[in-house]
Design a protein around this ligand. Structure first.
Ligand SMILES: [Zn+2]
Length: 384
């Protein structure tokens, strides 16, 4: 994707000694990485550069939690009650399956990856096993699992989205990922897919603004370019921001394929790409003002990508991506496939596939919008 994460050079040496998980580099996130979540308490939170516009999370609803190390944890029985699910065990005190007639949520100790109805969900902190019981991070429960399983608990929903900002990743001298053998550039396909998505969404009655409509960078420097993209969303008072990218890996290129959708990482959690919790993880960014809606939006889109296109499931993920950090509305970044994989690169280069991809994204946005509608009418308490 080539989208820089938030860089904090001045804080680079201030690594908190909190060994959170054994997650490898982003493009090679193992399915079930080991985790040792406890460690010394983090340093005091760094001052926030800007406050989020809204805070949708209702602290009055927060279930009882327990402090282990530097995080708050909720016992699995309490978490299940919050989610309206029943607890079953597949491995004594280490692997739980939470269910109702429509839901199957699989959580395991020391595993960042959870499963929700067969879909891969990457939590911010791996659940932990203590005294014969399993605990899930309070942040994961409230900002990830509740939005996905019981969005009705989120309180007053967002108004119906009207304006969508689509951000075609890269442009101009910034080519994004490249498949040299096939002569393919990410920037070409992000723009084409975005233009297709714009047409579909407009036909469905939504106002659409693109951050770029031709082959250009918005600002000369990468960080300025990314900030400008977020700024456009604020200028047009966007209800949803969708950044479109294609992916690449350097190794095992023919083995890695599929789609992944990113939300901005919640405050106090390390991004899925990094093992260590760092001082900048303690900063409350504008993108965190929509944690719960980011989760619902990302899950809705990933679900449609998997269902409509039968893509390999690379997961519902989170990262502290610069382009999502400053956006004031619900925002996601979509990786629509791997240009490094010959088969997938040829598919991405095919206009028919890009049209299908755009339609799947539009369907995911439609699912998100209809969920908000359901929440407003109180008619539905499920994200499925
Ligand atoms: Zn990219």
């Amino acid at each position: 994707m080539n989208t820089p994460r938030v860089r904090w050079a001045a804080l680079g040496g201030l690594m908190i000694g909190l060994l959170v998980s054994g997650v490898a580099a982003q493009e090679n996130v193992p399915r079930l990485p080991p985790t040792r979540p406890n460690g010394p308490s983090p340093a005091p939170a760094a001052p926030s550069a800007a406050k989020p516009k809204t805070e949708t999370f209702s602290s009055a609803q927060v279930p009882r939690s327990t402090r282990f190390g530097a995080a708050d944890w909720v016992e699995i029985g309490i978490a299940a009650k919050r989610l309206g699910l029943k607890v079953g065990w597949t491995l004594s005190s280490r692997e739980a399956v939470l269910t109702d007639k429509d839901t199957r949520l699989e959580l395991a100790s020391d595993r960042l990856e959870a499963g929700l109805n067969g879909q891969r969900i990457f939590l911010g902190q791996a659940p932990i096993s203590r005294s014969g019981n399993l605990y899930v991070s309070k942040i994961d429960l409230e900002r990830c699992l509740v939005p996905l399983v019981r969005p009705a608990l989120l309180g007053v929903p967002k108004p119906a989205p009207k304006t969508i900002v689509i951000d075609p990743g890269h442009g101009g001298p910034d080519t994004g990922k490249v498949n040299g053998a096939l002569g393919l550039f990410e920037k070409t396909f992000t723009l084409d897919t975005s233009l297709r998505l714009k047409k579909i969404l407009e036909a469905r009655g939504w106002k659409v603004v693109l951050t770029r409509t031709d082959d250009r960078q918005l600002k000369p420097g990468k960080q300025d370019d990314l900030q400008r993209r977020a700024q456009i969303a604020d200028e047009v008072d966007a209800d949803v921001f969708v950044s479109i990218h294609f992916n690449s890996v350097a190794e095992q290129v023919e083995k890695v394929s599929g789609a992944e959708v990113y939300r901005f990482t919640p405050q106090h959690q390390p991004p899925v790409t990094r093992a260590l919790r760092r001082l900048d993880d303690e900063v409350l960014n504008p993108g965190n003002g929509n944690d719960v809606w980011n989760s619902l939006l990302a899950y809705s889109i990933q679900r449609r990508l998997l269902r409509d296109l039968k893509l390999d499931d690379r997961g519902f993920k989170h990262d502290r991506l610069a382009v999502l950090r400053l956006v004031s509305c619900p925002a996601v970044l979509i990786e629509g496939g791997f240009l490094s994989n010959t088969t997938e690169a040829r598919r991405i280069a095919n206009a028919t596939y890009r049209q299908q991809l755009a339609e799947a994204i539009a369907n995911g946005l439609g699912t998100y919008a209809s969920q908000l509608q359901s929440l407003r009418s109180g008619a539905n308490d499920s994200s499925r």
